[in-house]
Write a protein of this length. Sequence first.
Lengths: 125, 146
Amino acid sequence: MNNLLIEDSVKTPAISFNGQSGKLELRGKSIPENSLEFYKPVFEWLDQYASAPAANTELAVRLEYFNTSSSKCLLDILRRLELIQSGGKSTVKVLWHYEADDEDMMEAGEDYQALVNLPFEMVQD
Amino acid sequence: MENIFDDVQAKLTERNTVRKKFYSILVEALQNVFHHQNHLLAGQPRIAVYDKGDKYWLITGNSISNNDVDRLADRISKLNNLTHDQIRQLYVDSLASTELSEKGGAGLGLIEMARRSSNKLEYQFKPLENNVSYFCLKITINKTNE
């Protein structure tokens, strides 16, 4: 299936989702007022990807910060990955990146780890 | 709104993590004003940042219907009585159970600001006319990470 490539903007992150390799990346800042508008195509792509995922799916989250509106969409992305994992066609992993002394971002990763049933790797940059 | 973010960011000289913390709170505070300010009601939305030596004060103001005052005051005073860990748990529980509003709000802004700030949120309601009040919120952000 086609890759999903969205350039970053002042308020939204770069999205690079590769359907062949299963490598998915969110990078930058996510602070749109209405995150649903921005993340809708991301959800749609994931729903399509779920029907024929790569053998390994790896989501790298490289966000400087995200607003609470985005936090909900992030959870929805992770829930979709949970479904992909339980579908049995792909092993899924999340790489949660955070800067060395950014405790807030590290905590955020731990929060998501507690909420979803996916292997998380916390990566200090 | 972007200009405000850039202006503020240019003026902050603290280390990266305090800047990020400030920025996150600023985003939530502004987006709350954006989501909740009712343009038909009296009272212009406002934002001010004060450098207070070892901390910053971020103050926002927006009009609010009197019907919403008690509920909001209640939410804030409950937050002020929680420990950091309790606020964090409240955030996680709310995140898991909430749906986005049609304007894109997650109902988590206050919790997130309380969590990031590590200081009590201060607030005030000033009655205006026509069943409307002006809501001022002050968030205190420490310049050293603790």
